[in-house]
Design a protein around this ligand. Sequence first.
Ligand code: KG4
Ligand code: ZN
Length: 344
Amino acid sequence: MTMKEPKNGKEYICLAIESSCDETSAAVVVNGRKVLSNVISSQIDIHKAYGGVVPEIASRHHLNNINPVIDSALEDAGIGFADVDFIGVTNRPGLIGALLIGTATAKAMAYALDVPLIGVHHIRGHICANYIADTELEPPFAALIVSGGHSTLADVKGYTDYEIVGQTRDDAAGEAFDKVARVLGLGYPGGPLLDRLAKEGNPEAIAFKRVYLEKDSYDFSFSGTKTGVLNYLNGKKQRKEEFVPADVAAGFQAAVVEVLVNKSIRLAKERGRDKLVLAGGVAANSCLREALGKACAENGIKLYMPPLILCTDNAAMIGAAAYYEFISREAEDMTMDAYASAAL
Ligand code: KG4
Ligand code: ZN
């Protein structure tokens, strides 16, 4: 990889922007590792009323929020526009209208400031959150990325060299958490609420289906497990029987976490990776963190988990990913587009 030399021995300051779903975020990140600011404006309270993210409403709020969020990020970092060396922005994948607000803003700023522009893959951003959390971490490593839109296993061979080895064939892990939480009447977003309820339940009281697919597969499928929960609840309701919601939450969570952990460990071992990186919103799940911690310890694998604020969507992680793209390739030009779906 052809690395750019730091200009005058100085560090590269990235203004990073994230708007792929329901968080408007801007951050100032130095050399991909040091976060000077990370401002996150969440729309969760707005979308709560609808039980999920409404794309058109998300776009409108991004449009209202993006300039003040960027101003706050610069102010918190104690810098001005003139100090920005390059702009990093999530341009794929995500809600297309939401992505367009971030990318159009980034393009306008890059043009006005005459600085390079780097388009970042959102999932690369989630992985790179770990470079901020642990400034010593270097590839190669195995990575499990679990969010509201993705469940992905990747072999990260270099800072910009990723191989996807497994993906979900139906629901993403976070999506399954959110749907089960909804039928349990927990509210939105359901993942954290289900996590909390599960702490009061017995994970072995109800055995929900663990779906491993073909023997060698690294893919995931959570819709069967989710349907198992729905059938269990419908059966109980039809027969007018009592059930323990905390046991349902704990049983479902245990089924999902077991598959995530086993496949992640198998990937690390088969690829000879002694490091495993956890990323994405579901990385905040306490059961997953604990189970992965235990399994990694048993298998001599070092586990990296970002703090919760870097797990869910934020622009600092985009600034980390953008830096490694910036020093290894050409920047984007003004024809850069946004994409609803894109390979890692
Ligand atoms: O990465 P993220 O902020 O947005 C996407 O890129 O999708 O992930 C959001 C997802 C939601 O589905 C949310 O319910 C889930 O992460 N989540 C959790 C927990 N905290 C967030 N799921 C399970 N347990 C948690 N503690
Ligand atoms: Zn995300």
